[in-house]
Design a protein around this ligand. Sequence first.
Ligand SMILES: NC(=O)c1ccc[n+]([C@@H]2O[C@H](COP(=O)([O-])OP(=O)(O)OC[C@H]3O[C@@H](n4cnc5c(N)ncnc54)[C@H](OP(=O)(O)O)[C@@H]3O)[C@@H](O)[C@H]2O)c1
Length: 253
Amino acid sequence: MDLALQNKIVAITGCNGGIGVAATISFLKEGAKVVGLYRESISKLSEIFTRISELGLNEKHFMPIEVDINSTTSIQEAIKKIIAEWGQIDVLVNNAGATLETPFLALNDDDFESIYVSNFSSLAKVSREVGKIMMRQKFGNIINVSSLVSERFGRGVSVYAAMKAAVNRLTEVMALEMGKKNIRVNAVCPGVVETSMSNALQERHGQMLIEQTPLRRFASPEEVAHSILFLSSEATASFITGSKLFIDGGIRL
Ligand SMILES: NC(=O)c1ccc[n+]([C@@H]2O[C@H](COP(=O)([O-])OP(=O)(O)OC[C@H]3O[C@@H](n4cnc5c(N)ncnc54)[C@H](OP(=O)(O)O)[C@@H]3O)[C@@H](O)[C@H]2O)c1
């Protein structure tokens, strides 16, 4: 099926992470143009550049921009660059996020702040600034990468789980407020995905979690990326907004 994503302008935060790379490459394979938003060093993007070259993808369709996603000024500068180069933003994938496995009572104030910034405030700020552009364009599509722990499990990742629950609720209210301008906002809620973020969890509880999962395995980053593409596409999801799509092999059941 043609997802009709050719030449769509897609901005992805945390583009160098496990799911970020898979989403970047999947969109490029569909002919979209991807703005890879990353922090600090461009050397973190080496996997993306290697895969673009190995797969013979159009390297001009990938524009990396260094940005501090918790700084409104930095986000606005990044948006200016995107608009100057490519004229619009069709899809925003709020993928950046970080967890910290520590019991709730052992978390200190800095931990609270850093989990809040990485998983909620930065996502809200990027969505607000890109949302203004989409409202002017009268079209757009936002996909927030949430997590299964927004609704289930979550022992040891209390504040991360709470922030992902906040992302789900923000997704619903953004969908309510922005739908009238033809902007869809949805969330994906992965269970365990095979990326560096879940390494420690897989090592400690992997076997038990697989046994509890009806499909008896974890998700690949590509499976999450494909769900993001599904929600982005007007060919597959044109009437879906305010939804949460669980990609968890059924472990929540
Ligand atoms: N892996 C899982 O099992 C799983 C399950 C459910 C949901 N998720 C969600 O999926 C998303 C992607 O995770 P992943 O598995 O791909 O993890 P990952 O490989 O660790 O990638 C995380 C990405 O987010 C970026 N990031 C984190 N905090 C940031 C901040 N404050 N500012 C800017 N960038 C920041 C990281 O940038 P740096 O490289 O610069 O740190 C990296 O690019 C996250 O939102 C995560 O919560 C993952």
